[in-house]
Ligand binder design. Structure first.
Ligand code: NAD
Length: 477
């Protein structure tokens, strides 16, 4: 198979190098070879977008609807195939991969509808005879930089609103998962978009990403990834006064109160901490449990860890796929060692050797931990969670909020009083009651507070805040 190329100015274009896409479930399985651009590739993409921007910024809602509906329909029709590709390159289980592809389709179809519903306001002026109109216009050209852990949903929830609101796009996916990004670009290339409106530039963050951040013509940058890279993105964008939107890491708490239904609590905690191999920004890694239910909860969690099936992401019955790559697996293992040295007790956490050579590990649960340990302060981004014992609800809430992050925050309780109080006082962008911290709807805002997010919210109607700019026009008829 040849090298899958970049898509720039409506043409498939070679890079300066190529990189293999390796299946983390089976290191002998090479999914394909993908072009790697350099800074010149970014310049070509930005120039193509500049040439296309005037026309696309003025496209009709119907043109935008037709493009987004086409993309959504095709992803939906091919969700099993795309979900399989996703699981093969990223390592989440096949049902999770198909679920993510389905969600990407739904996002495109949602924003197809939003293209028809862009609203403005008309007001009477304070001056006699004058009319005032407030309209939303496209920002212009948007740079989109995405992480590896949601290879199709995150590109979808940035690209779809960017196009719906009339912007051109220069898109750089994470190096580890070019397969889904390329497949999405291939669908977009047949969607009826004028050339140059959408551009795919694959390659390294330090090269391609950096060139995107510094391209003056890009009036807005939407980034999802780690907190350290995010801070660099924000500083670079501030330096040239570009609009910026960051979604970053989490250290999400899940509180279990004495009055919780134990099954609900354990199911939510296992899902939140270990599904998708714990590689979700909304994963809960701190399980904050009150004294009365603590021992039962730890026993039930430990029993479940023993039965969770870790295997090839594509194999039937797999519950936990591999870690995405060697360096992430090393990071997970390093934190297992750090937790041990900090004095926590460990269940699971072993490196697994299976029939296929892949990056497998058994989910890990630390118990007898305190919130000041490094394992409870730093994002690990693997199937590793800690139990923190607290005496009552007030202490649980205080510990839940005692973190530099603020993305998602969950609680298991049957008390209306505590559920209501938690929804009001959890310092997070998203709160879940008797639900896992991960797993969100596609038609409502997504994002966090503190070190987890910066700038306007993503998804739902709130996406308009980032992808449009407001104009106020005065008329004396
Ligand atoms: P990362 O920060 O390493 O990379 C993210 C993207 O930025 C990649 O495309 C990368 O190539 C690019 N990049 C790297 N250096 C760059 C630079 N100097 N300039 C421009 N771009 C650069 O993150 P990752 O390892 O791919 O993803 C994991 C992280 O993403 C975790 O911290 C996770 O919590 C976070 N995440 C957050 C959300 C959310 O919505 N809050 C969702 C998913 C993942």
């Amino acid at each position: 198979m040849g090298v899958q190329q970049n898509y720039i100015g409506g043409k498939w274009t070679d890079g300066v190098a190529a990189k293999d896409n390796v299946n983390p479930s089976d290191l002998n399985d090479i999914i394909g070879s993908y072009a790697q651009a350099d800074a010149h590739g970014v310049t070509a993409a930005v120039d193509a977008a500049k040439a296309a921007a005037y026309g696309w910024n003025r496209s009709t809602p119907q043109q935008r609807y037709d493009v987004l509906e086409f993309v959504g329909n095709e992803i939906m029709a091919r969700r099993e195939e795309l979900g399989r590709l996703l699981s093969r390159e990223e390592g989440k289980t096949l049902p999770e991969g198909i679920g993510e592809a389905t969600r990407a389709a739904q996002i495109f179809k949602f924003f197809a509808g939003e293209a028809l519903r862009i609203q403005g306001e008309k007001l009477a002026s304070v001056r006699p005879g004058v009319e005032v109109e407030i309209t939303r216009e496209p920002v212009g050209i948007v740079g989109i930089i995405t992480p590896w852990n949601f290879p199709i949903a995150i590109p979808a929830w940035k690209i779809a609103p960017a196009l719906a609101y009339g912007n051109c796009v220069v898109f750089k996916p994470a190096d580890l998962v070019p397969g889904c990004a390329w497949a999405l670009a291939e669908i977009l290339s047949r969607s009826g978009l004028p050339e140059g409106v959408f551009n795919l530039v694959m390659g390294r963050g330090s090269v391609v990403g950096e060139a995107i951040l510094n391209a003056d013509a890009l009036g807005a940058i939407s980034f999802t990834g780690s907190a350290d890279t995010g801070k660099h993105v924000a500083a670079t964008c501030a330096g040239r006064l570009a609009k910026v939107q960051l979604e970053m890491g989490g250290k999400n708490p899940f509180v279990v109160l004495d009055d919780a239904d134990l099954n609900v609590a354990v199911n939510c905690a296992v899902n939140s901490a270990f599904f998708s191999t714990g590689q979700r920004c909304t994963a809960s890694s701190r399980l904050i449990v009150t004294e009365g239910i603590h021992d039962q909860f730890v026993k039930a969690m430990s029993d479940r860890i023993d039965t969770l099936k870790v295997d090839d992401a594509l194999a039937e019955g797999t519950e936990i796929g591999p870690v995405v790559d060697e360096s992430q697996l090393k990071q997970d293992m390093d934190y297992i060692e750090i937790g041990r040295q900090e004095g926590a007790k460990l269940v699971g956490g072993d490196r697994l050797k299976l029939a296929k050579d892949g990056y497998y590990m058994k989910p890990a649960l630390f118990t007898e931990t305190t919130n000041d340990m490094r394992i409870n302060r730093e994002e690990i981004f693997g199937p590793v969670a800690s139990v923190i014992r607290v005496k009552d609800y007030d202490e649980a809430l205080a510990v839940a909020n005692d973190t530099s992050f603020g993305l998602s925050s969950g609680i298991a309780t049957t008390s209306l009083k505590y559920a209501s109080d938690y929804k009001r006082n959890a310092e997070a962008g998203m709160v879940m009651v008797n639900l896992p911290t991960a797993g969100v709807d596609y038609h409502v805002p997504f994002g966090g507070r503190k070190g987890s997010s910066y700038g306007p919210r993503e998804q739902g109607r709130y996406a308009a805040e980032f992808y449009t700019t407001v104009k106020t026009a005065y008329t004396q008829p």
